[in-house]
Design a binder for this molecule. Structure first.
Ligand code: GAR
Length: 217
């Protein structure tokens, strides 16, 4: 099967992008990263992608004030030019229109730094600490029209520890993001994901055999 030509969309540092690039450096990985597209010219991830020899593009969202369809049309021109079949959002901080999401349905994934549907939106680590949850984590999901909504492909949970700050908790979650996202994108690119009744199933994926408890009884 040819590798799925995939674009990674970023707005900033691009550490998840780097994890996906590292996975896709293996020719056996089912997705080929054919484009890194940023909505800001100052996104630090662009230099990282270029250094890895990946084509990059910038479509500056600030040049399209109040015109999300125009911004997305410019992005789609770049995506078409590079023959893109899948899109992975990796710290892409723009909300996409229902039209764009509909055109890419089933081919558009996102990573979010919480165990959705808990804590959609921004400042997830601050809100998890304020809520006093003992388990937090990250979610890879197919994107549907609502913000941080759509069929869940995979989640990773981490403990919240006494004395955690938003920064220490974010770092623990981020390490799991970097493991989870390459796995989940690989399943999608390999055609192993099926959606039924709004829920995603991954063919042949193993479930863990135990519960996570925090604190330990
Ligand atoms: C990641 O933690 C990602 O989950 C989050 O932004 C960070 C980007 O870091 N995404 C969102 O909050 C999307 N709603 P990165 O640029 O180093 O990958």
């Amino acid at each position: 099967m040819p590798r799925a030509r995939t674009a990674i969309l970023i707005s900033g540092r691009g550490s998840n992008m780097a994890a996906l690039l590292a996975a896709a450096a293996d020719p056996a990985y089912p997705a080929e990263i054919a484009l890194v597209l940023a909505n800001r010219a100052d996104a630090a991830g662009l230099a990282r992608a270029a250094a890895a020899g990946i084509p990059t593009a910038v479509v500056e969202s600030r040049h399209f004030p109040g015109d999300r369809p125009g911004f997305e049309a410019a992005m789609e021109t770049a995506l078409a030019r590079h023959g893109i079949r899948l899109i992975a959002l990796a710290g892409f901080m723009r909300v996409l229109t229902a039209g764009f999401v509909g055109r890419w349905e089933g081919r558009l994934v996102n990573i979010h730094p919480s165990l959705l549907p808990a804590f959609p939106g921004l400042e997830t680590h601050e809100r998890a600490l304020a809520a006093g949850v003992r388990l937090h984590g990250c979610t890879v999901h197919l994107v549907s029209a609502g913000v941080d909504e759509g069929p869940i492909l995979a989640q990773a949970a981490v403990p919240v520890l006494p004395g955690d700050t938003p920064a220490t908790l974010a770092a623990r979650v981020l390490a799991e993001e970097h493991r989870l996202y390459p796995a989940a994108l690989g399943w999608l690119a390999a055609g192993r994901v099926h959606v039924a009744a709004g829920r995603a199933l991954v063919d042949g994926a193993a479930a863990p055999d135990g519960a996570l408890r925090n604190p330990q009884p």
